[in-house]
Design a protein around this ligand. Structure first.
Ligand SMILES: *Cc1c(COP(=O)(O)O)cnc(C)c1O
Length: 363
């Protein structure tokens, strides 16, 4: 299939990847230049893969401005494994972990932490269907907590934090799976940031963890080896066979980000892309955004139509128009447009004009 027949993919994850990345991977899939083997066929201990994983780490550090004293790890098991690894390593017996609950993924993180120790729900906006991020004055933080856990972007509800919460000296842990590298990130404000790659960084199968050195050492010796951050720090993500192909693609995505101006440039484009869709949602009242305006995500835009029939019709019509993945998550209903870094701006313009036409015909 020629690449020109690619459709506009609004999926929440796994999600659209940059076309130049896919094309490079396709070109080199059977034989890496100068290697004569596929990246999937080489040893993870080879010089070739060393260059790939070290290059990915260096580019990640450069893009995010990761300071000294932080490690960048490439793990497996998805963000969902981090829901467990974070408390297993950071939540000592007798201590309390604060969780700010802003959606379904935060709730899943809480569920895992409760298996390990004491959890305080520092705030939740569940009573408002997670339509907003809590204000600073709504947080009831535990003095001396083991850590505070937050979800920077709520993929299902379409909300995002505009700035990190103030947590004093308590380590801040952030699930950034659906907005990592959509804008600059101040790593220093965090003790640990984790993200499944499949929304904004690459394919599924690789999970990035950025962890401060003191926090990486907190795990007890009795933890299973693979679930102790210290193992992966000591072995530079090569304790066992890492997700070689995922790291390779992630590395290509990072190169693409650098070639496109890095995170500041990315944020500018993302703001412009999201603003176009939100302007259309706000224009006439036919569409209704789920998220409150001050909590709107730039990555996942959730909206409703006047009736469920119209929503179903919208999905059907959008498929016929060459769009995929616009049906909202079942817990919110309606529509969701996921427009990650790699989602092309032409697709935004096409969606906006589809929304206009649909309203004209059905409004
Ligand atoms: C998708 C997602 C997850 C789950 O990621 P897995 O890699 O599938 O475990 C967790 N948190 C957020 C915010 C997500 O968007």
């Amino acid at each position: 299939m020629p690449t020109t027949t690619r459709i506009f993919n609004f999926a929440a994850g796994p999600a659209v990847l940059p076309l130049p990345v896919l094309e490079e991977a396709q070109r080199d899939l059977v034989s890496l230049p100068g290697v004569g083997m596929s990246v999937m066929e080489i040893s993870h201990r080879s010089k070739t893969f060393d260059a790939i994983i070290q290059g990915a780490e260096a580019d990640f550090r450069e893009l995010a401005g990761v300071p000294d004293g932080y490690h960048v790890l490439f793990l497996q098991g998805g963000a969902s494994t981090q829901f467990a690894m974070v408390p297993m390593n950071l939540l000592a017996p007798g201590a309390t972990a604060d969780y700010i609950v802003t959606g379904s993924w935060s709730k899943k993180a809480v569920k895992e932490a409760k298996k390990v120790g004491t959890v305080n729900i520092a705030a939740t906006t569940e009573a408002e269907k997670f339509a907003r991020i809590p204000r600073q004055d709504e947080l009831s933080l535990t003095p001396g907590a083991a850590y505070v856990h937050m979800t920077s972007n709520n993929t299902i509800y379409g909300t995002a934090w505009k700035a990190e919460p103030q947590v004093g000296g308590v380590p801040l842990v952030c699930d950034a799976s659906s907005d990592i590298f959509s804008r600059p990130i101040d790593v220093k404000k965090h003790a640990l940031v984790y993200a499944g790659a499949q929304k904004n960084l690459g394919p599924s199968g690789v999970t990035v963890v950025v962890i401060r050195d003191d926090v990486a050492k907190r795990g007890s010796e009795s933890l299973p080896t693979m679930l102790n951050y210290a193992t992966h720090v000591a072995e530079k993500s090569l304790y066992n066979t890492p997700p070689v192909f995922g790291i390779y693609i992630l590395g290509l995505v990072l190169k693409w980000l650098k070639a496109n101006g890095g995170l500041t440039a990315m944020a500018k484009v993302n703001e412009r892309k999201a603003a176009k869709v939100y302007a259309e949602i706000d224009r006439s009242g036919f569409y209704r955004g789920h998220a409150q305006k001050d909590s709107r995500s730039l990555m996942n835009i959730t909206f409703r139509l006047p009736s469920e029939e119209l929503e179903a019709q919208f999905v059907k019509g959008s498929t016929a128009a060459g769009f995929s993945g616009l049906k909202g998550h079942r817990s919110v209903g309606g529509l969701r447009a996921s427009i990650y870094n790699a989602f092309p701006e032409e697709g935004i313009d096409a969606l906006v004009s589809f929304m206009r036409d649909f309203e004209k015909k059905n409004g």
